[in-house]
Design a protein around this ligand. Sequence first.
Ligand SMILES: [Fe+2]
Length: 286
Amino acid sequence: MVVPASISSVSVEEVARLRERFLAYARSFYTDDPDPDLQEAIDLKIEHTLRVCEESRYISEALGLAADARHLAEIAALFHDVGRFSQYAHYHTFSDRKSEDHAALGVHVLRELEVLAALGPAEDLLLRVIGYHNRLALPGPDDETPACLFFSRLLRDADKLDIYRVVTDYYRRPASQRNGWVAWELPDTPGISEAVCDDLMAGRVVHNDHLRNLNDFKLLQVGWVYDINFAPSLRRIRERGYLQILRDALPDSPCIEMIFEKVGAYVAKRMEDGFVNSCTPCDGSA
Ligand SMILES: [Fe+2]
């Protein structure tokens, strides 16, 4: 496996300094007269971010990345959702469809506050990686550098690993203890959308525009396995039983049966074949 050559030297101390900066920024959204929803939303996003950092460290170590690359990946994880705080404060939702693109919002915050300016050429690389983290698909190899695509893949895997934790925890709670914003306020109505089933049976990630209800939202997460880039990430998904929890949270129907057969076969084959295409050769260009 070929991994990125050093892009920029980033010390452990710099990562620690940026972690403090992130926490100070996130906590600045607390108010004297706390709105309990806002308070919980802030706490949830801080917790999510720190866990995505942990997932990023796990993947980086499993891939054998050098220290500088591990640190860059962790900084991307640390700031990937920084746009969520102003998004919730302004719009009271985490739905990008009902507000604005939280990745673009985060890039705007990071530029305005010059948070990553001390990182030199790695600043622009990280802003691109963060900007891509919630896209349906990454740019092609002709439109981005191998290093940018590598770190983007790593961040997207780390983010998904923790979102699986958040949503599977949510689905197992009694309905009375669920906060609608976790599932983008989608209604808990019966059935699944045909377009969602078509996406999954074609081996595609579900398009956000096809989501109509909570079952579709659960199937969106089932389809994420098609967009997992590294073997250690897929291993964690299997070890933690996320697909089984999603299956248990969905109704019985022939269509859902077919989807899980297809996805299960895909996961088994991907683990067997390996991930030879996922680690593109990288030179040092950011
Ligand atoms: Fe995230």
